[in-house]
Design a protein around this ligand. Structure first.
Ligand SMILES: NC(=O)c1ccc[n+]([C@@H]2O[C@H](COP(=O)([O-])OP(=O)(O)OC[C@H]3O[C@@H](n4cnc5c(N)ncnc54)[C@H](OP(=O)(O)O)[C@@H]3O)[C@@H](O)[C@H]2O)c1
Length: 376
């Protein structure tokens, strides 16, 4: 099986977003690849990788993954339409768990969003030296077989790692989820769960700049303080210390909630349903509290949608990719002018990848969790 072949297919399921690794017939693809490899321009002799080693049962654990160095030769010339890349930064997204659990074969490298340098290209849109972000492998070098799904990085006057978060998929998620799905109005009260995560921090800042009253929930006192002092949230609470989430919401949003930006699901959603205002909107971005459960929790207060005429709508970021240029036009100047505060949690080296990814599901990260593969 090819550990290197990464194919991206747009997928059309409500549970997922973005693109996934296609490992449908890796042996045949590998053979075809080897046939075309004779005149390779770049060749690497080893490739450190994070491998999906043992099936995930319940929560993701570090032991489900393994860092290995493959000594199989990897050549750049892998066939028409492909690019050969050196991976620089990898994103730890909750999405990685979906890919691992449902789309990765045991023994294959983990895949997910990352930033990479093109070492060789057999695709007309890319050339050697280009920087890209998109789905790649958790390994030093990857062959991307459908590079048209990657975005070329044109603005390099910001740290490149930002394209795993603020200027990449999570940033687009916050932007599309808030401006396109939530129908915000000035002066409204916005409540965001997982507010100190990559998406939540940005939704909060977009909402604040738009003129909303912004409240967040997160899982530690340190993060609550950061939300209020560094990221401009009007109020925040630590959901792990609140015995009564309904009471916490009534304390922080006494007039009720106009927009709930849903990142966690479960008990928080139930409590929010009791606190929505008339004609409120619930933008369902994610439900991280449910991803590791074998038996998902039920929701009890949905009747409030009727009484309060609330619109609850899920969305998937890949449906909004056409807005990426507009998003950059908005956000790049905001970064330059210091209007957006951004924070990253950096893990150095592929070896630290498994722990960093597992940490996202217990809230160990503050801001975007990034794994540095190489600073070039
Ligand atoms: N719809 C889409 O297209 C789309 C795209 C990207 C992301 N998403 C979703 O958006 C959400 C946020 O993603 P992100 O990239 O911001 O994540 P992130 O930066 O990785 O942060 C995730 C945070 O969620 C919190 N969390 C973890 N387990 C939790 C639990 N059991 N209960 C409550 N909070 C928990 C943790 O912070 P605390 O300290 O607060 O616990 C953690 O730091 C996720 O649900 C993700 O699946 C959806």
């Amino acid at each position: 099986m090819s550990a290197y072949l990464i194919t991206h297919l747009p997928i059309n399921t409500s549970a997922l977003f973005g693109y996934v690794s296609n490992q449908s017939n890796p042996r045949r693809e590998r053979k075809a690849m080897e046939k075309e490899n004779n005149d390779a321009l770049v060749e690497v002799m080893s490739n450190k990788q994070v491998i999906y080693r043992e099936q995930v049962r319940g929560s993701l654990k570090e032991t489900n993954l393994e860092v290995r160095t493959s000594s199989e030769r990897l050549k750049a010339n892998s066939g028409p339409g492909t690019i050969f890349v050196k991976n620089l930064y990898l994103a730890c997204d909750p999405y990685n768990l979906t890919i691992i659990k449902y789309l990765t074969q045991l023994g294959s490298p983990v895949t997910g969003y990352g930033v990479a340098r093109v070492l060789e290209s057999r695709h007309p849109n890319f050339k050697k030296g280009d920087l890209v972000w998109g789905i790649t492998g958790w390994e030093e070098y990857s062959i991307i077989t459908a590079p048209e799904t990657c975005f070329k990085i044109k603005h390099t006057n910001v740290p490149l790692s930002y394209y795993t978060g603020l200027l990449g998929m999570p940033g687009m998620t916050a932007y599309a989820g808030f401006f396109e799905v939530s129908s915000p109005k000035k002066g409204e009260t916005v409540f965001i769960s997982a507010a100190a995560g990559a998406v939540g921090l940005l939704v909060g800042q977009f909402a604040k700049m738009f003129g909303c009253y912004v409240v967040g929930s997160t899982g530690s006192k340190e993060k609550v303080d950061l939300l209020k002092t560094k990221f401009g949230f009007d109020d925040a609470f630590n959901y792990k210390e609140e015995l009564d989430l309904d009471a916490a919401l009534k304390r922080c949003c006494p007039e009720g909630i106009d927009i709930y930006f849903e990142n966690v699901g479960g008990k928080m959603l139930d409590a929010v349903l009791l606190n929505m205002k008339l004609h409120g909107r619930i933008t369902v971005c994610g439900m991280i509290s449910q991803y590791n459960l074998q038996q998902r929790e039920g929701i009890h207060n949905l009747m409030n949608l009727i009484l309060k005429r609330v619109r609850m709508e899920g969305f998937v970021v890949s449906d909004y990719q056409h807005l990426y240029p507009k998003f950059l036009e908005t956000v790049l100047p905001q970064i330059k002018e210091g209007k957006i505060v951004y924070t990253e949690d950096i893990a150095e080296g592929l070896e630290s990848g498994p722990a960093a990814l597992v940490g996202v599901f217990s809230g160990r990260n503050v801001g975007k969790q990034v794994v540095v593969v190489s600073r070039e």
